[in-house]
Design a binder for this molecule. Structure first.
Ligand code: NDP
Length: 479
């Protein structure tokens, strides 16, 4: 374990007190070297019930919602406090997830902005708006009630913080359950938040697995659920919520297309492919999954990509010069190998570099597959692997690109802007980036939308804030 950071002790945060969780047998290890970081934590049913009681009591008392714009002051205080701990949080995220420090620093740097953006939403969109002139009609935007925020392991701090900050801005008491595999930054975040003046039960932290998540989601005291994660778990959470017709926001996976048009610059294309397959070590929802290249260029693109992979520094995530770290866990590495094995059995050919990887840790060098039919290529691998497809004609390309159940993100590379925009408009995806692959959205105000099985309901600074609220219209009936 790195000594430059005070390692947080996992504790549930219930009713404004830190309480011991249930300890699981499984250890949490640093994926860069296998060093034990701590034990996995879960929660007893008693702890879950206590958190639910506190959240309900906070909602019913109005202790948080009735602060009105005062909620923004608390969120701004959280932003200020978090900004004092950015290096520490980035290091924790890196040691726990294997994401390289350069990337966790930029992602953790978003945390204060996330809390400030939530505060700004609440100031711009008051809890009560007036409609009409002669007769004042009040449109209240009230929190549905206690909110559950379920976050995945691939970028735990920013995803959890966005949900938590948006729920709090909306006036909803929130329970955050991070992934059992990456709990440490959420723990530290709550230690920071605990000194910021939130009323009892407004923000709570529950450790545990999908079991704890499902128990909380199914409880009638939880009135709204925001989930980011994989398709299967998302469907399970969606089913639970639908039984009670509870609002649910699902941010799920993608199998995102990267389109190289015939006039694209090869070097830029390779830059984009490398970015798409190394960001978060290839484990991100907007990673590249399917690559469409002119058939005549297929071998050239694959060779150029593999040459570039040779020059990448794949090393411990704390290495300041690393371009890429390890996959998050042995379990996930096995999952990536198993998925590739299945695709090979369906006819895929592997294209791998010859490079040697570090001995310790769960490292995997980016690679490409080819030879799969579009029909067989409909799996989110969630690792640094993408499938190459050749095309002969730009006509009909959008049909091929759209031939998938997913619809999260797309990337188009080329020189003819009007052709790129035209193609982008025909794609059924939440966002399309032209001549670039970046982790951040095109604009902080843009909705983060999802089509097909990539999700339900849009995220975004405004969208997530409003998701936690329902409207209630009040006015005198004119005689
Ligand atoms: P999972 O679906 O396994 O888990 C997501 C969260 O939900 C975790 O906290 C998990 O707990 C919990 N959970 C799992 N099953 C249930 C259940 N039945 N009921 C309630 N809670 C449950 O996702 P991963 O952590 O593996 O994350 C990877 C996935 O997330 C990928 O598919 C990726 O594409 C997607 N993702 C989507 C994003 C988007 O914005 N669209 C952004 C980032 C990731 P635990 O982990 O402890 O089991």
């Amino acid at each position: 374990m790195n000594t430059a950071v005070t390692w947080p002790v996992l504790r549930n945060y219930i009713g404004n007190e830190f309480v011991e969780p249930l300890w699981r047998e499984q250890s949490l290890v640093n994926p860069s070297d296998g060093a034990v970081l701590g034990q996995q934590a879960g929660s007893s049913n008693q702890a879950l019930q206590a958190a639910l009681r506190c959240a309900e009591a906070c909602h019913k008392s109005g202790d948080w919602f009735s602060l009105g714009k005062g909620r923004a002051d608390v969120l701004m205080k959280i932003a200020d406090q978090v900004s004092l701990h950015l290096d520490e949080l980035a290091l924790l995220e890196t040691l726990n997830s294997g994401v390289i420090l350069r990337q966790t620093k930029s992602l953790i740097g978003l945390l204060p902005l996330i809390f400030k953006a939530a505060a700004a939403q609440l100031l711009q969109h008051p809890d009560c708006e007036k409609l009409g002139t002669a007769q004042a009609i009040q449109v209240w935007h009230k929190p549905w009630g206690p909110a559950l925020c379920l976050a995945p392991w691939n970028s735990p701090a920013p995803i959890g913080a966005h949900k938590l900050a948006s729920a709090l801005a909306a006036g909803a008491p929130a329970i955050l359950k991070p992934s059992e595999f990456t709990p440490f930054t959420s723990q530290r975040l709550f230690e920071i938040i605990s000194s910021c003046g939130l009323p009892r039960g407004a923000a709570q932290l529950i450790h545990g697995s999908g079991l704890e998540g499902a128990t909380l989601a199914a409880d009638r005291r939880i009135k709204v659920v925001s989930f980011t994660g994989g398709l299967k778990s998302g469907q399970a959470v969606g089913q639970i919520c639908m039984q009670q017709l509870k609002p649910v926001q699902l941010e799920l996976g993608g199998h995102n297309p990267f389109v190289m048009l015939p006039d694209a610059d090869l070097n830029r294309v390779v830059d984009g492919l490398v970015a798409g397959l190394t960001t978060l070590n290839g484990q991100w929802c907007r990673a590249i999954g399917r690559i469409f290249v002119p058939a005549a260029m297929k071998a050239t693109v694959i060779d150029a990509f593999l040459q570039r992979v040779e020059s990448l520094r794949i090393a411990a995530a704390t290495d300041p010069a690393a371009d890429m770290g390890p996959l998050v866990s042995r379990q996930h590495l096995d999952h990536v190998h198993a998925t590739i094995g299945r695709l090979v059995s369906l006819g895929a050919k592997r294209h791998r570099s010859e490079r040697v990887l570090p001995n310790a840790g769960t490292f995997f060098a980016p690679e490409l597959l080819s030879g799969l039919s579009l029909e067989a290529d409909d799996t989110e691998i969630f690792g640094p692997v993408a499938v190459v497809h050749g095309y002969d004609d730009v006509q009909g390309l959008s049909d091929r690109v759209n031939d998938t159940k997913f619809g999260l993100a797309a990337y188009i590379y080329g020189s003819d802007e009007s052709l790129m925009y035209k193609l982008a408009q025909s794609l059924d995806v939440g966002s399309t980036k032209l001549n670039g692959v970046t982790m951040t959205s095109l604009s902080p105000n843009a909705p983060r939308a999802a089509w097909g099985v990539s999700g339900l309901g849009e995220e975004g600074a405004f969208e997530t804030f409003r998701f936690f609220q329902g409207s209630s219209v009040i006015g005198k009936v004119s005689q």
